[in-house]
Design a protein around this ligand. Structure first.
Ligand SMILES: [Zn+2]
Length: 310
């Protein structure tokens, strides 16, 4: 099962809540997954979904709110190798549902411009839940963080965006083909929204992936950092070797103090050794002692160069 389908199945296992919330959720489901047709004055309403858990959820919501069993049909989609579940109710109930869902008013059909019926926070969350079940999807967070709601009507998309933003989640909207897409691209925002909708296991999965990602980033950073230090060591060592060779050629290492000569010879013998490694090679020497002597060798070479007019 895709990450999306798993998250939806999980959201479907949450309690439908109070009647106000059930209506809010069903309204968003109808807006995102429903279709309405009016022919010869007969009104019909159908909800289509590829997700069996969502189909059961719609069935349960209709039963709880209207006390009827929706007619449920399963079609096989040969092209996409999946099933489509279609739920419909008789025309009297369909009409009532459309009015309650704020799709049908005295002025005719409307598409979600009006969200004033979502008075409480619980209903607004239920509305977002319904929109997610009907038109939402979430990308596998191992690839990238992306949760979106595909909406056919601009008014509905705008209303949904406002509700999500009011709930404190950063979201945006774009036009894709003829659909209006409300989307969230930030890991924290996706986790917040899934938490509100009750997809707790999916959140744990996202959090695990986030931890893995951050561990991976830290490891990369550490490797880069160590590579940086290594090249610093190598550069410093090259300069020290040049200084020592210059001293050997123009002055002779024997003219150095025994301690300096010892460090100079160790550096030439172990060009890749770090200060710590040189210190331990030379026994009693401390890292800062070695560092001091290598600097001294550099400055002797500089001085020699100057006196030779180079
Ligand atoms: Zn409510």
């Amino acid at each position: 099962m895709s990450f999306s389908a798993t998250a939806k199945a999980e959201v479907c296992r949450t309690n439908t809540g109070k009647e106000c919330c059930e209506m809010a959720e069903l309204s968003a489901l109808i807006h995102t997954a429903g279709s309405i047709s009016i022919s010869g004055g007969a009104f019909s309403l159908r909800v289509d979904t590829e997700n069996a858990a969502v189909a059961r959820r719609v069935f349960a919501l209709i039963k709880s709110l209207y006390g009827v069993q929706a007619d449920t049909q399963r079609h096989t989609n040969q092209m996409k190798h999946n099933h489509i579940y279609s739920l419909s109710v008789d025309k009297a109930v369909a009409r009532m549902m459309a009015i309650d869902a704020h799709i049908l008013s005295d002025e005719g059909l409307e598409f979600g411009g009006d969200s004033s019926f979502l008075t409480s926070r619980c209903c607004r969350i239920a509305f977002v839940r319904g929109a997610f079940l009907g038109g939402g999807s979430i990308t596998n967070p191992e690839k990238r963080y992306h949760l979106e709601f595909v909406c056919g009507q601009k008014e509905f998309a705008q209303g949904l965006l406002n509700i999500i933003v009011e709930l404190g989640v950063t979201a945006k909207m774009i036009l894709r083909g003829k659909n209006h897409v409300v989307y969230i691209k930030e890991g924290d925002a996706i986790v917040t929204l899934l938490t509100m909708m009750g997809a707790h296991t999916s959140i744990l999965n996202i959090e695990n992936i986030r931890i893995l990602k951050s561990v991976r980033n830290n490891v990369n950073r550490k490797v880069n950092c160590e590579t940086g230090n290594l090249s610093k060591t190598v550069n410093a060592s090259v300069r020290q070797q040049e200084s020592i060779e210059y001293i050997r050629t123009h002055m002779g290492l024997d003219k150095l103090s025994p301690a300096l000569k010892q460090v100079a010879e160790a550096r030439i013998s172990y060009p890749e050794a770090t200060l710590e490694e040189l210190a331990s090679l030379l026994g009693a020497e401390s890292k800062s002692g070695i560092n001091h002597k290598l600097r001294k060798l550099n400055s002797i070479a500089e001085h020699l160069k100057k006196t030779r007019g180079e």
